[in-house]
Write a protein that binds this ligand. Structure first.
Ligand code: FO1
Length: 321
């Protein structure tokens, strides 16, 4: 079975580990979000691609869900000693190697998709990881800074890491998305997929950013195969991260039903909500999306595998409908 997954960072990566356990013989292609990318110290950092690669490749810092395990920060300390920031983004020594190799290959003219493939030669994540685009897309967030009251547009990482999403996101803009083209292999993977999954990633800054690349949303809507998503919102709050903050920016209430309606029945055929949200199954079905309430807390690998199996089961129900 060929499965395509649109993945963001931590939630998407943990779901993918469960999917690999649930469908060990499946051919999984991950279309990775690159809107979180940031250029620091002359290097290109791709947080969501790296989180998928490290998580599935066995190098992830498990409790953080980002960065490398067994990390040290000598380089970061030395840079700070020179007064070279930003200090709020925790790049570790091992992680720096990934960004140096990536930047070196990009400078040599390789597209991000080829670079990602090369990095995965080392990590062997067991999936094909393709960035949504080889073109530069960076999510920026409009905020009103609390101390000065100044309205500013800042990089998503500054909003998420430095500000901890502590202020409202007044607008979320994937800069460059309109001009971006799907990376080689993206549209082909969607066209050849037997099922397409939206994991519990951020529906605005992760899955939403991937869908903002012209051609990707249309390809999924036209794929003619079941498209099934898992809600990142459980009991009106995000399981992790700050989805509620950016959902507000796009006028979507922070509920499992509202996220399904936001994706729309033109895109989604099925939607899994957590058992605590069982009461909204009917509302989602009324929106033309088949809905089931199942446990959605990825407390461990087996829980993630059960969720993946539920998603694949719902996909087969949709296919047979
Ligand atoms: N997240 C944090 O909360 N604090 C950090 O210092 C931090 C550093 C970091 C370095 C490399 C990387 O790949 C990810 C990093 N992240 C950090 C996570 C990152 O902000 C998020 O994983 C995604 O951008 C959102 O999904």
């Amino acid at each position: 079975m060929r499965i395509v997954v649109l993945a963001g960072g931590i939630g998407g990566a943990r779901f993918l580990r469960g999917l690999q356990q649930a469908a060990p013989d499946a051919d999984i292609t991950v279309i990775g979000n690159t809107g979180d990318d940031i250029h620091l110290f002359g290097l290109k950092v791709c947080p969501d691609l790296d989180t998928v690669m490290y998580t599935l490749g066995g190098g992830i810092n498990e409790e953080q869900g980002w960065g490398r395990t067994d990390e040290t920060f000598h380089l970061k300390e030395e840079l700070a000693a020179y007064g070279v920031g930003p200090e709020w983004f925790g790049l570790g020594d091992r992680d720096f190697a990934t960004h140096i190799v990536r930047t070196q290959m990009l400078s040599a003219g390789y597209p991000l998709s080829a670079v990602t493939e090369a990095l995965c030669d080392r990590w062997k994540p067991g999936v094909r990881l393709i960035p949504m685009s080889d073109d530069r897309v960076e999510t920026h967030v409009a905020v009103t800074l609390p101390d000065s009251g100044e309205r500013k547009v800042i990089h998503f990482q500054e909003y998420w890491v430095r500000l901890r999403a502590s202020v409202a996101a007044e607008a979320v803009v994937p800069v460059g998305a309109e001009q971006a083209k799907p990376a080689p292999g993206v549209l082909e993977a969607i066209a050849e997929a037997d099922v397409i999954l939206f994991p519990p990633s951020n529906p605005v800054v992760s899955v939403g950013t991937i869908l903002a690349v012209p051609g990707i949303r249309e390809a999924i809507a036209d794929a003619g195969v079941p498209v099934v998503g898992l809600s990142p919102i459980v009991g009106d709050a995000p399981v992790r991260g700050m989805a509620d903050k950016v959902l507000a920016a796009v006028g979507v209430e922070s509920t499992a039903a509202a996220v399904a309606e936001h994706y729309g029945s033109g895109l989604l055929d099925g939607w899994l909500v957590d058992t605590v949200d069982a009461a909204i199954v009917e509302r989602v079905e009324t929106a033309g999306i088949r809905c089931r309430a199942v446990p959605l807390m990825m407390s461990d690998l087996d829980a993630a595998a059960r969720m993946a199996r539920e998603a694949l089961t719902l996909a087969e129900e949709v296919r047979g409908a």
